[in-house]
Write a protein that binds this ligand. Structure first.
Ligand code: EPZ
Length: 430
């Protein structure tokens, strides 16, 4: 298995091109199931999760052409995918594929909407929590499908198609909001979704669906109104910049000190984390190229955060912010309200010398003057980069193991960081 070796102490100076958002690209690819025509997606990040989803869609009979662009070629950093679900040959999403990539469970809605049936493996839990799907099943039943759970599979049917309904989510769920949108666009009649998640990636998907002929109103708000249509057509769409990758590199530059331009970043999609980053004493400059992060050696101030659905502080940046706060000049408090087990990075950060105390869903981070490089293990996607952030400032060498977690969601991380002066290298094999 690959490892990443980091020799800490270098400041970051230069430019990092921000990739397309993983959490937009995945649902966008899934919307291709809703039409027999071709959906063309630009700026798709080169990630393991994208490759896994291509395999799952292929299992349903979907053809996917990649344009074979290299990073940075022709302006757009990402890949172009041409996805055609002309005929869906299989409405089953098997356990061995779904268990590796949770978001593939989201094929449930489009398969029912298009084919009237679906057999999708329950995704199972993962490192950060049990990850139930009860809200997804609520959506499908509200839209007239019957859903049975048998031997680890959801078996859903809607012989006469889906019908519009009124969905009020008891709690905010990104995935279930995606599911509701993707099912309702082809339902007979109108659907109202209340207490919808408003993450920018959902807006990106809704805008793409409207380009495909869907009729969605209230995009980017908590109340969505969908008028069902009989069919959708192909379209062309560019994946929104990844706000989690942006926040991750902003916190990397804050940790090392330096001056980095995050090119292509969309500041309007991560205002809350940027404001909190400014409170730590980092300079954040929003310009038409992206976001510029500067810290010239001034001490990092401790800042408390509570994770919250958008537009609050994203849970997907919690581990990274904790990595940064390990060297703040004082104590910060980090509360995780979205997932029940998203502190797996704490014991690994402690191996680098961090001083963190857990009290239920709150981590008390007492800033230390120095971190020292050590062997550490990635446990989940976002925890892995909190260890990179700490390693960039730790004295000596940090060896990050199980980097396959990191490869799921960060494109060419070691290239992007070393291009700005970090001593980061991927060691293949063993
Ligand atoms: C999406 O996961 C993201 N994944 C996650 O990013 C992100 O952390 C999460 O939203 C929250 O922002 C993708 O977009 C592919 P939820 P999702 O449904 O949809 C509970 C990453 O690192 N819940 O908003 O699975 C759930 O247990 C990943 O890129 C139910 O109770 O998250 C959690 O406590 C990690 N029942 C809360 O809701 C359900 O049916 C929010 O989950 C569904 C969810």
């Amino acid at each position: 298995m690959d490892r990443i070796r980091i020799r800490g102490g270098n400041r970051l100076n230069g430019t990092i091109d921000i990739s397309g958002a993983k959490n937009a690209a995945l649902p966008l690819m899934i919307t291709a199931l809703l039409t027999p025509e071709t959906l063309t997606l630009h700026n798709v990040p080169r990630l393991v999760d994208v490759l896994r989803l291509q395999k799952i869609l292929g299992n349903h009979g979907v053809d996917i052409m990649t344009a074979g662009k290299r990073a940075g070629q022709n302006g757009g950093a990402g890949e172009t995918l041409r996805i055609s679900a002309k005929t869906i040959v299989d409405t089953t999403a098997p356990y061995d594929l779904v268990s590796k990539m949770r978001a593939s469970f989201w094929v449930l809605g489009p398969l029912i909407a298009r084919m009237g049936e679906a057999k999708v493996s329950l995704p199972g839990g993962c490192a950060i929590g049990t990850r139930p799907v009860d809200l997804h099943l609520l959506v499908m039943e509200k839209l007239g499908a019957t859903c049975d759970v048998e031997q680890g599979y959801v078996i859903a049917r809607a012989k006469h198609g889906l019908k519009g309904g009124h969905i009020t989510f008891p709690k905010v769920s990104v995935g279930a909001t995606h599911a509701a949108l993707m099912a309702a666009v082809l339902a007979h009649g109108d659907t109202i979704i209340e207490n919808a998640a408003t993450e920018p990636e959902i807006g990106d998907v809704a805008e793409c669906l409207n380009k495909m002929g869907a009729k969605i109103e209230g995009i980017h708000t908590k109340t969505l109104r969908i008028t069902g249509v009989t069919s959708l057509k192909g379209a062309e769409h560019t994946v929104i910049a990844d706000r989690i990758e942006t926040g991750t590199y902003a916190m990397s530059a804050a940790m090392t000190g330096g001056d980095v331009l995050l090119r292509g970043a969309r500041a309007d999609t991560l205002e809350n984390p940027l404001l909190l980053l400014e409170r730590t004493g980092v300079t954040v400059e929003r310009n038409n190229e992206g976001i510029r992060i500067k810290r010239n050696g001034s001490a990092l101030q401790p800042v408390d955060i509570i994770t919250d659905p958008y537009p609050g502080f994203p849970t997907d940046l919690q581990a990274q912010f904790m990595g940064l706060m390990t060297m703040a000049k004082g104590t910060s408090h980090i509360r995780e309200t979205i997932f029940e087990n998203r502190f797996m990075h704490v014991q690994e950060l402690a191996r680098l010398g961090a001083d963190i105390h857990l009290h239920g869903d709150m981590a008390e981070v007492r800033g230390v003057k120095k971190l020292t490089g050590a062997d550490v293990m990635a446990t989940d996607l976002r925890a892995s980069v909190s260890l990179v952030i700490a390693g960039l400032a730790a004295e000596g060498e940090t060896m990050l193991h199980r980097v396959y977690h990191l490869d799921r969601g960060f494109e060419a991380l070691e290239d992007k960081l070393s291009a700005c002066g970090a001593d980061v290298e991927r060691l293949s094999g063993s």
